[in-house]
Design a protein around this ligand. Structure first.
Ligand SMILES: *Cc1c(COP(=O)(O)O)cnc(C)c1O
Length: 382
C-alpha cells in the first residue's frame, strides 16, 4: 500500500537525515557516549562539549545567550517548569493566560487554579488572536505571570508578543511564551521581544522527540523554582543526566532551521497558496483563524455540510488532523475552535492540514484534488 501524504507537520515532523546522522555519534562505545556531567575524564568532557555546542545552536535561533537555555524533555515540560516554577513560593499569585493555549499550558494553569492560584482566562477573537489590551486590562497588582503562545498549533495564528512583552516588562510581570510551533517558522529574537521564559521543542523542528528547552532570561534576571530535583544540573533548574544524542540532534535541527529559515518560509507559502488555489473550485470552504497574522504551514478549514469524521474516512490517502493530536482520542470538538467562537457543528466540520519541509507540489496537487472529490461526493449523498 502506498503511504498516505503526510499533512500533519504540526503534530510532529520527521527527523532531518542530517540530524539522525549527528545523533548516532553520541550513543555507542566508539562514539561520544559519556555522561556530560562526568568531570574526571575525557568521555565526560567530550559529551559536555557536544551539549554546549548544541546549547549555542538552540540559543542562536532565538538570539539568546547560551547560558539562558535549560534542557528539558520537550515543550510540555518546559511549559510546566516555566509556569509552576514562576508561581512557586508566591503567596496570592495571579496569572493570565488564554483559553486556546496548548494543553500543556491549559492543564498546568488549571492545576494551579485548583491549588488556589488566581487565573484569568482570556478569550481570543474569531481570528484566534489575543489583543494586547485584553492582557493589560486583566493585570492585577498580584499578577506574577502572563503565559501566551507565539503561534497557535491548531490555527497557526501569531500573537503580538513584542507589544505585550514591552508593557509587561515595564510593570514587572513575568512573560512566558510557548514557541514550540514558532521556532523555525518565523524569525524569533529575544533581544527585541521582551520575553522572560520561552518553551521550545525538538520534534516540531525536524529534531527528535523527547527533548526540548526552556529559555530563561538572565538580564533582567528571571528566577524560577526547579520542578525536578536531583543532581542540580542545568544550574539547579532541571536535574537529570542530559541525553547527549537528543540534545545534539535538537542543536543540529535548530542550526538547520536557522540556516534555511527564509527558504523554508517561501517553500511553505508556495505550498499554502497552491493548496488553497486547488480548493477554490469547491464552495463552502472557510479558513479558521487569521489569514494575515499567521504562519504559512498550518491551514485549518471548515467544510460546509460535511462531518470531519466522514471526510477523514474518505481521505485515507492523506494524514491530517481534526483538533490537536493530544485530544484526538476524544470525540469532543476541538476546544481551540470552540474557543474562537465556532459552533460545535462547525468545529465538527473542520480539519487541520499542516505542511512542512518535505511536502512537495505534487503532494499538494494530489491532496487538494482528493479533497474536492471527497467533499463533493459526501455532499451529493446527503
Ligand atoms: C507540540 C507542542 C507542545 C508540546 O511539545 P512536546 O515537545 O511534544 O512536549 C507544546 N506547545 C505547543 C504549542 C506545541 O505545538
Amino acid at each position: 500500500m502506498k503511504k498516505p501524504v503526510y499533512l500533519d507537520y504540526a503534530a510532529t515532523t520527521p527527523v532531518d537525515p542530517a540530524v539522525a546522522d549527528e545523533m548516532i555519534k553520541y550513543l555507542t562505545l566508539d562514539g561520544v557516549f559519556g555522561n556530560p556531567a562526568s568531570r574526571s575524564h575525557g568521555f565526560g568532557w567530550q559529551a559536555e562539549a557536544a551539549v554546549e555546542s548544541a546549547r549555542g545552536q538552540v540559543a542562536s535561533l532565538i538570539h539568546a545567550d547560551p547560558r539562558e537555555i535549560v534542557w528539558t524533555s520537550g515543550a510540555t515540560e518546559s511549559d510546566n517548569l516555566a509556569i509552576k516554577g514562576a508561581v512557586a513560593g508566591r503567596d496570592n499569585a495571579h496569572i493570565i493566560t488564554s483559553t486556546i493555549e496548548h494543553k500543556a499550558v491549559v492543564d498546568t494553569c488549571k492545576w494551579l487554579e485548583a491549588q488556589g492560584v488566581g487565573v484569568t482566562w482570556l478569550d481570543p477573537g474569531s481570528d484566534g488572536r489575543i489583543q494586547p489590551d485584553q492582557v493589560f486590562s486583566a493585570l492585577k497588582p498580584e499578577t506574577v505571570l502572563v503565559s501566551l503562545m507565539l503561534v497557535n498549533n491548531e490555527l497557526g495564528c501569531v500573537t503580538d508578543i513584542a507589544v505585550i512583552g514591552a508593557e509587561l516588562r515595564s510593570r514587572g510581570v513575568m512573560f512566558h511564551v510557548d514557541a514550540a510551533q514558532a521556532a523555525g517558522k518565523l524569525p524569533i529574537d529575544v533581544t527585541a521581544m521582551p520575553v522572560d521564559l520561552m518553551s521550545l521543542s525538538g520534534h516540531k523542528v525536524y529534531g527528535p522527540k523527547g527533548v526540548g528547552a526552556l529559555y530563561v532570561r538572565r538580564s533582567p534576571d528571571v528566577r524560577i523554582e526547579a520542578q525536578i530535583h536531583g543532581g542540580g544540573h542545568e544550574r539547579g533548574m532541571r536535574s537529570g543526566t542530559l541525553p547527549t544524542h537528543q540534545i545534539a540532534g535538537m542543536g543540529k535541527a535548530f542550526a538547520i532551521a536557522e540556516a534555511c529559515l527564509e527558504d523554508e518560509i517561501q517553500h511553505l507559502e508556495h505550498l499554502r497558496s497552491s493548496f488553497l488555489a486547488g480548493l477554490e473550485a469547491l464552495p463552502g470552504v472557510a479558513l479558521n483563524g487569521s489569514d494575515t497574522c499567521r504562519v504559512p504551514g498550518i491551514i485549518n478549514l471548515s467544510f460546509e455540510g460535511v462531518e470531519a469524521e466522514s471526510l477523514m474516512l474518505g481521505l485515507r490517502d492523506l494524514a491530517v488532523s481534526s483538533g490537536s493530536a493530544c485530544a484526538s482520542a476524544t470525540v469532543e470538538p476541538s476546544f481551540v475552535l470552540r474557543g474562537i467562537g465556532l459552533s460545535d457543528e462547525l468545529a465538527h466540520r473542520s480539519l487541520r492540514f499542516s505542511v512542512g519541509r518535505y511536502t512537495t507540489a505534487e503532494e499538494i496537487a494530489f491532496a487538494s484534488a482528493q479533497i474536492v472529490d471527497v467533499v463533493t461526493r459526501l455532499r451529493a449523498v446527503r
